[in-house]
Design a binder for this molecule. Structure first.
Ligand code: PMP
Length: 357
């Protein structure tokens, strides 16, 4: 039996980074600090664990496949009709569903590069052709070049705003111009996994664009809402796009725990915002401190900072690990460091100072 498609052999794995427990054991430390997956460090929001525990008492039954209560809650919160909302097993799954819903083999998916490492994997496994447009000199999207990359075969463009892993964000005037220039039959997906950390008023909320026929917005509850382990993301789009996604979704992939946890989290918006403000204050402090060690750190609108260390990235990642701090190096390019608690950030800054100072 042939278990692997030849084209998959060439694909990178989605690497979650190394385990803090393993590193702590290796270093003989009580614990290691993980600043590698853009999680928020303050634990689940109040009420979430209890709601999930209550929901899982019924796990011998399937969850609500229509995800009715949660889609309704999301629709109310974000001011859209529930038929425009679809949920999935993390927003990464929804991105994949969108590619499956729009691209036949050979159709093109345009995105900026470097961006979220799942995009090339999703394109390849769905049979779409990746068209990567290099980031601009400031590590952000070059929207004019992305428009110029559109061909007859382009079915979808991903705009990651803010961009993972560089933290940059496109502004309203640029995005307006871009959306006006993209042909109507190309779906523009604005991936806003980090929207809640945006502080620049010129960075637009993607949801203000969803009345355009060809715009869809992806959000996740993994980051600001603290539900990474439950795997829940959502999409807001035109009803026919949301319906197409609901068709290609794996049945029951929004679990009972995810539905209950998300509903409980959404009831804690004030606390979510308070935590995001702590993360943002720390982001500014870490960015300023690390900029003294690394030239050209782009301003971040997210919950991580990007260190453009080029060929030194892997060595820097190893140096941080040797001091008990796990960050995310992208070989030859840069290092992404998630904002943690003030004490975690201090440990990272001390490690960075030792490695680079
Ligand atoms: N989009 C971006 C830009 C991300 O960085 C991530 C998570 N790293 C996701 C989507 C996926 O998040 P999830 O699947 O946890 O919702």
């Amino acid at each position: 039996v042939r278990l692997t498609r030849a084209d998959l052999d060439a694909l990178p794995n989605y690497v979650p980074g190394r385990s803090p427990a393993d590193l702590a054991r290796e270093l003989g430390l009580p614990e290691a600090i993980k600043l590698a997956s853009n999680e928020v460090p303050y634990g689940p929001l109040p009420g979430v664990v209890e709601a999930v525990a209550e929901a899982v008492a019924g796990v011998h039954r399937y969850p609500d496949m229509g995800v009715v209560a949660l889609r309704q809650a999301l629709a109310e919160r974000y001011g859209v009709d529930a038929d425009r909302v679809a949920t999935g097993c993390g927003s990464v799954a929804l991105a994949e569903h969108l590619v499956r819903a729009t691209c036949l083999p050979g159709d093109e998916l345009v995105y900026s590069w470097r961006s979220f490492e799942a995009y090339p994997i999703i394109a390849a496994t769905s049979g779409a052709t990746s068209v990567q447009v290099p980031n601009d000199a400031g590590h952000g999207h070059d929207l004019a070049a992305m428009v110029a990359a559109v061909t007859d075969r382009t079915r979808m463009i991903l705009v990651c705003n803010p961009n993972n892993p560089t933290g940059t964000a496109v502004r309203r005037a640029e995005l307006d111009r871009f959306l006006d220039a993209v042909p109507d039959d190309v779906l523009v997906v604005i991936d806003e996994a980090y929207r809640e950390f945006v502080t620049d008023p010129e960075v637009p909320d993607g949801l203000t664009y969803v009345n355009r026929p060809n715009v869809a917005v992806l959000r996740t509850l993994s980051k600001a809402w603290g539900l990474a382990g439950l795997r829940i993301g959502f999409l807001v789009a035109q009803p026919q796009v949301a319906a197409a996604v609901r068709k290609v979704v794996t049945p029951f992939s929004t679990s009972m725990a995810a539905q209950a946890g998300a509903l409980a989290a959404l009831a804690q918006a004030d606390e979510m915002r308070r935590r995001c403000a702590l993360v943002v204050a720390e982001r500014e402090r870490v960015s300023e401190a690390v900029s003294k060690l690394v030239p050209g750190v782009p301003a971040s609108q997210s919950n991580f900072v990007w260190l453009p260390l080029g060929d030194r990235s892997v060595a820097f990642g190893k140096a941080c690990e040797s001091r008990g701090v796990i960050v995310r190096p992208f070989p030859g390019d840069g290092v992404r460091v998630t904002i943690g608690t003030p004490a975690e950030n201090d440990a990272f800054l001390a490690a960075a100072e030792k490695a680079l100072g």
